[in-house]
Design a protein around this ligand. Structure first.
Ligand SMILES: Nc1ncnc2c1ncn2[C@@H]1O[C@H](COP(=O)(O)OP(=O)(O)OP(=O)(O)O)[C@@H](O)[C@H]1O
Length: 373
């Protein structure tokens, strides 16, 4: 097996695809929701053929970045460049930027400015596919139908936008068979072929996650964005997911950008990790660089922030709350509990070790989150 760090490495150097061959570049991205800066002046690259992980504590801005990349949000500021074909293609990028166009395509290459494009063009033209933190399948449709719906665009074109399909023209029948073949291929790859005719909602959770990935792959993406693909999976399912993602990268040359809290998954499969905290990049590099970065450790443990609370103060709050509750004969309310859970971060899944530190961080982020994609 090819080690992640060796993949595509020029002889004698470590592989850093994101530096010399980025499929995606996020440049000075800012996303504001009213007064809240969810992402502030963020820049990073995603290497072609790499698995890149976007990590950070809860509320760090990861999903907001995904929503900007996939067109669910229009960024307040910044440029998001998607590239087909090798290299940075700087002249093409400058030309599209200056022209006011959304994209420019040549034979095997293309440059797409995603912040200018509506979401359907981002998936169809720029070939960026995504899955969601909350699974979004068509529950009443079979697995096969879910994968055919994902191939709606080529089928509509092949049908001549209606009549070819109605009259069953040979070109449409060929396109339809190709769509079925592709769906069957991905059902096999995701080990779901035996359930092809079952409704998607009948699948167990882990299988639904695989079906989402299969559906995204049916669109033939250059970049696959996965929002917490390992959430809710057991260790065996997580290991299978790792294999599937490596397969997608190695065999299909699809680049993967994933948000993930499961550090086992992230550290094992990622070529490149970008760490956010409070919408700002705090670390960027390979797994070893990030794992040992003091900024990352501090962010995950919730220390060294501008606003801190003393543990004795929290304990006093607890004592007061319990005292009040005893007097009134009621159950203690969550006043102190909520404070202390905020202090524990309320943020990352990475467990906070029981340290003897005197201070603990208070999470002060806005909570006015709207519907989360
Ligand atoms: N549509 C929205 N309207 C207002 N605020 C929002 C919106 N979407 C996100 N936010 C805020 O932006 C910040 C970043 O949220 P985001 O969901 O991007 O973080 P995250 O890193 O993905 O968190 P998690 O790991 O919990 O999914 C949070 O403070 C959140 O409340």
């Amino acid at each position: 097996m090819v080690l992640a760090a060796e993949k595509n490495a020029p002889v004698g150097t470590a592989a850093r695809n994101w530096e010399h061959d980025p499929v995606l570049s996020v440049e000075h991205l800012t996303m504001r929701f009213g007064g809240l800066v969810a992402v502030g002046d963020l820049s990073f690259d995603v290497g072609r053929g790499d698995i890149t992980a976007l990590i950070g504590p809860n509320g760090a801005g990861k999903t907001t970045v995904f929503n900007c990349v996939t067109g669910f949000y229009k960024p307040t500021e910044g440029r998001i460049i998607m590239r087909h074909g090798p290299g940075r293609q700087e002249r093409a990028v400058d030309a599209v930027t200056a022209s006011g166009l959304r994209w420019m395509k040549e034979a095997d290459s293309g440059v797409f400015l995603l912040e200018r494009m509506p979401d359907h063009e981002i998936s169809h033209k720029a070939k960026v596919a995504r899955t969601f933190q909350n699974i979004r399948l068509f529950g009443g449709m079979t697995l096969l139908e879910n994968l055919l719906v994902a191939q709606h665009n080529p089928l509509v074109v092949a049908s001549g936008f209606t009549f070819g399909g109605i009259f069953g023209l040979p070109s449409y029948r060929r396109a339809e068979q190709a769509a079925i073949d592709k769906a069957v291929y991905w059902l096999e790859r995701t080990r779901l072929i035996d359930r092809a005719d079952d409704p998607a909602s009948d699948l167990p959770y882990g299988a639904q996650r695989r079906l989402e990935i299969a559906r995204a792959m049916c669109t033939g993406p250059e970049l696959l964005c996965l929002d917490e693909p390992a959430a809710g999976l057991n260790p065996r399912e997580s290991a299978e997911l790792n294999e599937l993602l490596k397969y997608i990268c190695d065999e299909h040359k699809t680049s993967v950008l994933l948000i993930e809290h499961d550090m086992g998954v992230v550290m094992e499969i990622s070529d490149h990790i970008v760490v956010l905290d409070y919408g700002v990049k705090i670390s960027d590099g390979d797994a070893e660089t990030v794992r040992t970065d003091p900024n990352v450790i501090a962010a995950y443990l919730g220390v060294e922030e501008e606003e801190e609370i003393d543990v004795p103060e929290v304990l006093q709050d607890v004592a007061e709350t319990l005292g009040e509750a005893e007097k009134s004969g009621s159950k203690p309310k969550a006043k102190a509990a909520s404070r202390s859970s905020a202090g524990a971060g309320g943020r990352a899944k990475a467990s906070k070790p029981a340290t003897g530190t005197k201070k603990t961080k208070r999470t002060t982020r806005g909570t006015g989150k709207g519907d989360k994609a």
